[in-house]
Design a protein around this ligand. Structure first.
Ligand code: GAL
Length: 415
């Protein structure tokens, strides 16, 4: 940075640091954080916004993974009435940018020095042709396995470190009359389990080829057949009422001792924590068997709207989201870790420490990978095509070979 721009940045920083009073900041915020842990988390932003004079109009659209929220967003934009701020992530940010409807938040990003406090892997997702077009909230990890500590110890079971161990533990639990796997039969949850299995069985290079590059050889490989074989085994470990169940109700099954394990991103930890449960005592966390780290970064994009009050609302929201206080407090509740690398993790639990250490190690080793199931790796049409096959396989007696053929055809059609 040259002297002049260093001065401009410093001046802008102190400008922000004095807590600028905006005229009458307004924001209508579309998000899908409606479970107990999620609502507790987003309340942190609502409170900070209000304490700076903002008026928050909440637009929550229930539905884990955000599919319903994205449908609602499209309807609003098509009717020429976009919300002010929207929970949006991964390549969907750039897809909306290409439609010419996103606001440029570079002035806040530059004033706050986002480039200096965010890892490049996260910052890249927030950029649209060199401008900042989204503000990152956190890093969620997908490839987690959660367990009821009491059930495992009563049955003499350790957290599984291979898929064979997982299968053996699940069979033992099933024989003892315990549902091994808490699962909600919704397409995005099937995809969440599938990508954790795929990373574990295929490894990071395979995952990159298959689910980031859509490489045909990887998509048609014996490895992919083996992944669907494991999904068929997993299908045998869920209870008979799994169809349509929300993810947080599946988490509650683990909490209440109705099931032993759940494979889910670490927003599940937000539910355990909201219920007052303690990691290592009441529930256990461990990365799913295998190498690598599947990341899912929540973020907010601002849509082009009229009115100075709305524009002030967007500026204030962007400033708060990447602010140190919000990054700390929100992520303590949400189960994720801060997107900023300069936030002390002293107050965070052991699962968060594991996540941060594994993220650093996987960045080094090249095994930090974007989640396909949570919209970080592919455009919507492509990830949707894969998930359709995953869920069709999980909910039928389709063979693994047929699933692979359908997968390749669906991916080809989506390009
Ligand atoms: C993810 C999102 C998380 C959490 C989860 C369940 O896609 O990144 O923040 O909300 O869905 O709704």
């Amino acid at each position: 940075m040259n002297k002049k721009s260093a001065f401009a940045a410093a001046a802008a920083m102190s400008f922000l640091a004095t807590n600028v009073a905006y005229a009458d900041p307004q924001a209508e915020v579309l998000h899908w954080w409606t479970s107990g842990g999620e609502a507790r988390s987003v309340a942190v932003l609502q409170e900070e916004f209000a304490s700076r004079g903002g008026t928050w109009t909440d637009m929550p659209v229930a539905g884990g993974g955000g599919d319903a929220a994205m449908t609602a967003l499209r309807a609003r934009v098509l009717s020429g009435n976009a919300p002010t701020a929207v929970q949006l992530k991964g390549p969907a940010i750039q897809e909306w940018y290409e439609e010419g409807v996103l606001a440029d938040i570079s002035s806040v990003a530059e004033a706050q020095g986002w480039a200096d406090v965010l890892p490049a892997s996260i910052a890249n997702h927030m950029m649209c042709e060199g401008t900042w077009c989204a503000a990152p909230v956190n890093v969620h990890r997908i490839d987690w396995i959660w367990a009821n500590a009491g059930i495992l110890s009563a049955n003499g079971i350790e957290m599984p470190t291979t898929w064979a161990e997982f299968n053996a533990a699940a069979e033992q639990l099933q024989a003892a009359g315990i549902t091994p796997l808490a699962h909600g039969g919704q397409a995005w949850q099937d995809a969440t389990v599938f990508e954790a299995v795929a990373l574990g069985i295929g490894g990071p290079e395979f995952f990159q080829k298959a689910f980031v590059e859509l490489d045909e050889e990887a998509l048609t490989s014996d490895t992919m057949v083996a992944i669907f074989d494991q999904m068929r085994i997993m299908r045998g470990f869920v209870d008979e009422n799994f169809s349509g169940r929300d993810w947080n109700l599946a988490t509650a099954m683990v909490m209440n001792g109705e099931a032993a394990f759940q494979i889910m991103g670490d927003w599940a930890k937000g539910e355990f924590l909201a219920a007052g449960l303690v990691p290592g005592e009441d529930f256990l966390c461990m990365s799913t068997p295998g190498e690598g780290f599947l990341y899912n970064v929540d973020s907010f994009a601002m849509f082009d709207v009229d009115g100075q009050d709305n524009i002030d609302g967007q500026t204030l929201l962007a400033e708060l989201i990447v602010g140190e206080n919000f990054q700390h407090t929100f992520n303590l509740n949400k189960g994720s870790i801060p997107a900023r690398t300069d936030i002390a993790l002293d107050d965070f639990d052991s699962c968060a420490h594991t996540s941060a250490a594994d993220m650093a190690a996987s960045t080094e080793s090249g095994s930090l990978l974007p989640s396909y199931a949570h919209g970080m790796a592919l455009r919507g049409a492509q990830s949707g095509a894969i998930t359709d096959v995953v869920t069709a396989h999980f909910n039928s007696d389709m063979s693994s070979a047929d699933a692979v053929s359908q997968l390749v055809a669906a991916v080809a059609n989506s390009q």
